[in-house]
Design a protein around this ligand. Structure first.
Ligand code: FAD
Length: 416
């Protein structure tokens, strides 16, 4: 079923009886050419591009819960490509370009809204670093503008320009950045993949891998064994636990990060805003809630909930730049488990086990990467060669010393 304005009118006039489920609910087959483990944004996008762009068939996505139960439905919805390093920037800009045509491509309203992101800076040294980042973005074909204090004040007059502990000196703006409806992205890719014949198997947890003579030949699941020619694992915060079942130990730690939503307010912030002297980012949803977050909780866990010290830290950071936020009431908050690599950058690579591929290490930045990650992982699975924008995301870079240390924060997950 194609969605269109005409279809909405027809359904409205005929009692909304013609809408179909977004995807089928098939029984697992005994074997597939490609099994993708993990039905988050990245797994679903991988299946979609495998079928659509690489014309592969007999594909299944295995999801242990329901679609959207993981980080794809828990993030703060920010999409951007304001990276510095050559290993990262072309990949994220590729992702940004895919976002720009995504809804037309899979015919689903994922509410992609290019409302811009503004990263505030608070010192001369930080301005120089942001100028360098902006130039790197421009060289990679992205967009960037350096704003002075007055230009920031015109955009967001309610920020603390008076007596701030960290005075605002300006900001780096990426006008093409913005937000997208997070679970809508999962549903759009799922619907698109299903229409191309991909079997989406929910409540199907992978409990083990069948490995014979160094080659993966299938997976064990809670719905029975499934044979596969190739297996791609894309399970975000569960990466270490799942790859352990194949005997692999990853350079990844799992951490919790929280998100917060306020009561609905009149339009306050029409873009995305980040604090430069602490970890705080905020935007406003179409329903009016302020959507914001900050640092990791700082301890390893697989529980999808956080603790109060970070709630306090996030509230303090918010108050430091926009004291008006003190008047808003928080409606709800939640946590998600993220897969943090030791340099903060992701992995899209083969493993030492033949026909077993791994995609992970996205930490709290993988939502914006969903289209490019799916495309690049599909490219790797279909052709056995890395996509040109994902060349640097190798698993062995930690052994070889070729880290992609985007923030210059060093090899400590709590600093990224
Ligand atoms: C609070 C929060 C805020 C964030 N904000 C942003 C942001 O603003 N911008 C941004 O770019 N990124 C953000 N992120 C990060 C982003 O959400 C993740 O990096 C990204 O969603 C991870 O990829 P995914 O969608 O495939 O993960 P998930 O949706 O977590 O998908 C992984 C799936 O694997 C499944 N799974 C696990 N184990 C198994 C198994 N054994 N068998 C089968 N299935 C299994 C899980 O159930 C899950 O559905 C945020 C994350 C959080 C938690």
């Amino acid at each position: 079923m194609r969605y269109s304005g005409l279809r909405v009118v027809v359904e409205a006039l005929t009692g909304h009886k013609g809408w179909k489920p977004l995807w089928r609910n098939p029984e697992p087959q005994s074997s597939y050419d490609f099994v993708i483990v993990g039905g988050g944004g990245h797994g679903l996008a991988t299946a979609y591009y495998l079928a659509k762009t690489f014309r592969e068939k007999r594909i299944a996505v295995l999801e242990k819960g329901w679609l959207g139960s993981g980080n794809i439905g828990r993030n703060t919805t920010i999409i951007r490509s304001n990276y510095l390093l050559p290993g990262n920037e072309p990949f994220y800009e590729f992702s940004m370009k895919l976002w720009e045509g995504l809804e037309q491509e899979f015919n689903f309203n994922a509410m992609v809204s290019q409302r811009g992101i503004l990263n505030l800076f608070h010192s001369d040294a930080q301005r120089d670093a942001f100028r360098r980042r902006g130039n790197a973005m421009l060289l990679a074909g992205a967009d960037a503008k350096l704003l002075d204090r007055d230009a920031v004040r015109r955009m967001y007059p309610f920020l603390n320009f008076g007596n701030a502990r960290f005075p605002i000196k300006g900001g780096l703006l990426q006008p093409r950045a913005g937000t997208a409806r997070h679970d809508g992205v999962a549903w759009g890719y799922a619907r698109g993949a299903d229409a191309l014949g991909v079997d989406i198997l929910q409540n199907c947890e992978v409990t083990g891998f069948k490995i014979e003579a160094g080659k993966v030949t299938g997976v064990e699941t809670t719905r029975g064994p499934i044979a596969a020619k190739k297996v791609g694992v894309s399970v975000a915060g569960s990466s270490s636990r799942v790859m352990e079942k194949a005997g692999m130990r990853l350079p990844i730690e799992s951490h919790v990060i929280q998100a917060f939503v306020s009561e609905g307010l009149k339009l306050t912030i029409d873009g995305v805003l980040t604090f430069g002297a602490g970890h705080f980012y905020i935007s406003q949803s179409d329903k009016g809630g302020l959507v914001f977050g900050g640092d990791l909780d700082g301890y390893n866990t697989y529980a999808q909930r956080g603790n109060l010290p970070v709630v306090e830290d996030v509230a303090e950071s918010g108050m430091a730049i926009m004291p008006v936020i003190g008047r808003a009431r928080v409606l709800r908050n939640w946590g998600g488990i993220m897969d943090m690599t030791m340099d903060g950058s992701p992995i899209i690579d083969r493993t030492h086990i033949d026909s077993l591929y791994f995609n992970g290490g996205w930490c709290y930045g993988g939502f914006k990467a969903t289209p490019a990650s799916g495309y690049a992982f599909a490219h790797l699975l279909a052709t056995d060669a890395p996509h040109p924008t994902a060349n640097a995301y190798r698993l062995d870079r930690f052994a070889r010393g070729y880290l992609i240390d985007e923030k210059g924060a060093g090899a400590q997950p709590n600093l990224h």
